[in-house]
Unconditional design. Structure first.
Length: 71
């Protein structure tokens, strides 16, 4: 197989994954690639509110929160 055929197969696989998620009721999908996850594996993150998954707000590490101790 040539590289263009491989890319077409990968795109078809991705479309199938996204279609299955949408059919399963997922309303928002954010796709990111990572070298840390093995090829063919997937990881899901869930959104719990208005802040972005993985943001400082979601992790409880607010960068602009004043120190409640004073100074």
């Amino acid at each position: 197989m040539d590289n263009q055929t491989n890319q077409g197969d990968d795109i078809d696989k991705l479309i199938k994954i996204l279609d299955n998620m949408a059919e399963g009721g997922v309303s928002r999908i954010k796709v990111e690639t990572s070298e840390d996850i093995k090829e063919g594996e997937a990881k899901k993150s869930y959104h719990h509110g208005r802040c972005d998954v993985g943001s400082p707000f979601a992790k409880g590490a607010l960068f602009d929160l004043e120190d409640p101790g004073g100074e």
